[in-house]
Write a protein that binds this ligand. Structure first.
Ligand code: C2E
Ligand code: MG
Ligand code: MG
Ligand code: MG
Length: 275
């Protein structure tokens, strides 16, 4: 490498970095206005009961309809919203919108449906989280048991008594707590003892080869058996093929979610799945 080339490489590198920083900055700025501009939308993905093949729940998944960039998936903006703290008002909106949708579905006669919402760590740092969650249930005349809050273990690694208390308080008002993406990170079994989860969602990464990889199947089998002992509902994420479904049925997994049944869809499309 000549001195000159080295210099150019360095310039290209910084140029890219600048562009990246500018992009991030403008997305961050746009994100601040997205709520008031009504640019967010919830898509819903069905959860299927393995026993009867019926839809037993729906996971609410946020989408950002950006005025210039089009639809932005959550993995491209949730971390920005977490950095700026915007995730707190956005998370509030998601939860409130999900409650309103649940109310509409209950009124339309779908009495057994449960809605799951994803919560970020920052939302759990709010002092009055439980109070506000409870007041919105009341406002919509919903029992807590029809709402499930999905958290990932990234919340739990900050583990402190305050967080644990909030989980306990939420459970007291009937809210269900799910551990999302189990099997992706540390997946400590100690969490299961401490938090009393109602549901564990087995991560897509090892559901993906459950029909071809004996290790993946053995772990799933173990988790499903453990779930039965501990009375924890086990959900398989990312079920895409019939072969995976066959294994999960044989192992008596409780609930299934994945493209094999449906992608996350708009409300009108979700309702068509019922007819
Ligand atoms: P997650 O909660 O683990 O949600 C599952 C993700 O996997 C969703 O991606 C879903 O579309 C996708 N998925 C479902 N079935 C399949 C499948 O069969 N194959 C494949 N390849 N993918 C499947 P999505 O909607 O892009 O969301 C990504 C992540 O963003 C979520 O992961 C969640 O962590 C986060 N997220 C989404 N909505 C919210 C929200 O309202 N608040 C917060 N804090 N996070 C959210
Ligand atoms: Mg989730
Ligand atoms: Mg997940
Ligand atoms: Mg995930």
């Amino acid at each position: 490498l000549t001195k000159e080339q080295g210099k150019n490489d360095f310039q290209i590198f910084t140029q890219e970095m600048m562009e990246k920083a500018n992009e991030t900055f403008s997305l961050q700025r746009d994100l601040n206005r997205a709520l008031v501009n009504n640019e967010f939308e919830l898509y819903y993905q069905p959860k299927i009961s393995a026993k009867d093949g019926q839809i037993c729940g729906a996971e609410a998944l946020i989408r950002w309809n950006h005025p210039n960039l089009g639809m932005i998936p959550p993995n491209d903006f949730i971390h920005l919203a977490e950095e700026s703290g915007m995730i707190v008002p956005i998370g509030d909106w998601v939860y409130q919108e999900a409650c309103r949708q649940l109310r509409r579905w209950k009124e339309a006669g779908k009495e057994q449906i449960k809605i799951s919402v994803n919560f970020s760590t920052l939302q759990f740092l709010q002092k009055d989280l439980v109070k506000r969650v409870a007041s919105f249930l009341e406002e919509n005349d919903i029992e807590g048991k029809w709402i499930e809050i999905e958290i990932t273990e990234s919340i739990l690694v900050h583990s402190d008594q305050e967080l644990l208390n909030k989980v306990i308080e939420l459970k007291k008002i009937g809210i269900q707590i799910a551990l999302d993406d189990f099997g992706k990170g540390y997946s400590s079994l100690d969490y299961l003892r401490k938090y009393g989860f109602n549901t564990i969602k087995l991560d897509r990464s090892f559901i993906s080869d459950i029909d071809t990889n004996e290790e993946s199947a053995a772990i799933a089998s173990f988790m499903i058996a453990l779930g039965k002992k501990l009375n924890i509902n086990i959900v398989a994420e990312g079920v895409e093929r019939k072969e995976q479904l066959a294994v999960l049925k044989k192992l008596e997994c409780d609930e299934l979610q994945g493209y094999l049944f449906s992608k996350p869809v708009r409300i009108a499309e979700f309702e068509k799945l019922w007819m």
